[in-house]
Ligand binder design. Structure first.
Ligand SMILES: [Zn+2]
Length: 490
């Protein structure tokens, strides 16, 4: 099964993917027919295919793709060619095949195969699974579009493993239905991929970002008004606050679900996620998804966690601090009712000296206390002649971990609003960028399924196929190729 092991060696010639059992059930074909069809796919890039780009119209394919690099890369696929060339990202079909091959899916296929009585004709479940995964990798919006792609693209059929006979919509839907009963196996697959990435990227998971995104349902929520249930009984109205511009925050209502995510903030890779109805608020989910990551990965020991002010809750600060994670969470604007600020801190969270002037931060003691000193300028006690002191000479040290509320306001390890704090907080964009990519190129919101269970499978496939692409890129030695994932962070 591992005769195609070349795929598991990175560009430096090192074998990779310790724990994963990979198999390549289909022999790559290099004949002219497939070459011709590969050109018809009309890729514009490995992550930006749209349904129309896949429409099988050769005229729509730029000449460079039709005549140029695709052809070279594909015809170079011979055993004597260097692996680097075989995995050139200018060959989208090879990339697609490599991405499907990297999925540790034996358990999924075996479980689905067990539904089929032996000897009865039917579609190989591995073939169905590969086709279903392709729908996400190629951002094909729905089952009918996938079937159409398979009809017009022999190269795609070959990659999945179909012969001339293609399944219909009902067969596909039955397959998806069955798979949704085994979402745990799909998640195991994701966990294995993520751990394989950890072997290749040792700093994975050290800095994480947490956020949630809306996934709209396509059913009509207003049916409830007419006295019957909404057509998606699990969906709910939710609200998302999104920064539409720097000056103004937008409030957006949606009907559907939320995907809550822990992502690696350096690489922008998903680590743990959870789907809830849209009306669940973000903040209480932080410990849930973090616990999920701790349960799934024995290597998960983040030092820092970034989140926006939707997660501002003393409980979250306490939870993270207890886990030895530095919480870098934005706080809601202090209000007059926020007693801790009154007479103790100014709006920049600097404590006030006895002359009622904000002190300056001068450092942290080895025990972790923050130390402040009155600045000689501006303090009304500065001119005091008592004992010849030129300022009020207040020195103030406080332990920011004394209470969850103080941790929340000051930041227990990295002082809130310090340059270091701002540097961490900026990396929170990684998770927003991840959501954007999942929605634009991995169908996170392109679905026509209903019900929590189906949305869970759909979201999981979106995240799983994203992770498979990332693993292939890293295996190819193309850390640079991952830049599109983290562009905004750098
Ligand atoms: Zn003073």
């Amino acid at each position: 099964m591992l005769s195609q092991n070349a795929r598991l060696i990175n560009s430096r010639g090192q074998p990779v993917l310790g724990g994963i059992q990979l198999r390549l059930p289909f022999t790559p074909s290099t004949d002219a027919l497939h070459l011709a069809e590969s050109l018809r796919l009309g890729y514009t890039g490995s992550t930006t295919q749209s349904d129309t780009a896949l429409g099988g119209n050769p005229a729509a394919v730029p000449d460079t793709i039709r005549e140029g690099r695709s052809r070279m890369a594909y015809t170079h696929r011979t055993p004597s060619t260097s692996r680097r060339t075989t995995y050139s990202s200018s060959d989208p079909l090879a990339d697609l095949r490599a991405t499907l091959d990297v999925l540790p899916d034996d358990d999924i296929v075996a479980t689905l195969d067990s539904y089929r009585p032996t000897g009865r004709p039917g579609y190989d479940q591995r073939v169905m699974w590969r086709a279903y995964a392709c729908a996400f990798l190629l951002h094909v919006p729905h089952t009918n579009a996938l079937i159409r792609q398979l009809q017009v693209n022999p190269a795609l059929r070959d990659i999945c493993g179909f012969g001339e006979q293609l399944p219909g919509r009902r067969t596909f839907n039955r397959f998806i239905q069955r798979l949704s009963d085994h979402a745990d196996l799909v998640e195991d697959c994701f966990i294995e991929l993520t751990s394989a990435l950890k072997d290749l990227l040792p700093s994975l998971g050290q800095e994480v970002a947490i956020d949630a995104t809306a996934v709209r349902t396509h059913s009509n929520p207003n049916k409830a008004k007419e006295g019957c249930l909404p057509s998606d009984p699990d969906a709910a109205w939710g609200v998302k606050h999104s920064a539409k511009s720097k000056s103004k925050e937008g409030t957006e209502f949606f009907f559907g679900y939320k995907v809550h995510m822990v992502a690696d903030a350096k690489y922008g890779l998903p680590l743990a996620f959870k789907v809830t109805p849209g009306n669940e608020s973000d903040s209480p989910e932080l410990p849930c998804i973090m616990n999920q990551a701790y349960d799934r990965y024995d290597w998960f020991k983040p030092a820092v966690a970034m989140a926006d002010r939707g997660y501002d809750a003393a409980d979250n600060f306490k939870y993270l601090h207890d886990k030895k994670v530095d919480p870098i969470i934005h706080i809601r604007k202090p209000t007059a009712h926020d007693g801790l600020y009154d007479g103790v801190y100014n709006k920049d969270l600097l404590p006030l000296c006895v002359g009622n002037v904000p002190m300056e931060f001068i450092g942290t003691t080895p025990a972790g206390e923050y130390v402040y000193r009155c600045r000689s300028e501006g303090c009304p006690l500065k001119e005091s002649k008592q004992g010849g002191i030129r300022h009020c000479d207040t020195v103030y040290a406080e332990d920011p971990t004394v209470s969850p509320e103080l941790m929340r306001i000051l930041g227990p390890t990295t002082r809130r609003n310090s340059e270091e704090w701002k540097g961490f907080y900026a990396k929170r964009w990684s998770v927003e960028r991840l959501f954007k990519t999942l929605k634009e190129s991995r169908r996170l919101e392109a679905h026509c399924v209903r019900g929590l269970k189906s949305i869970q499978l759909h979201s999981m496939m979106s995240v799983l196929t994203f992770q498979a692409t990332a693993l292939v890129k890293v295996l190819q030695g193309e850390l640079d190729g991952m830049r599109w994932m983290v562009r905004k962070v750098a």
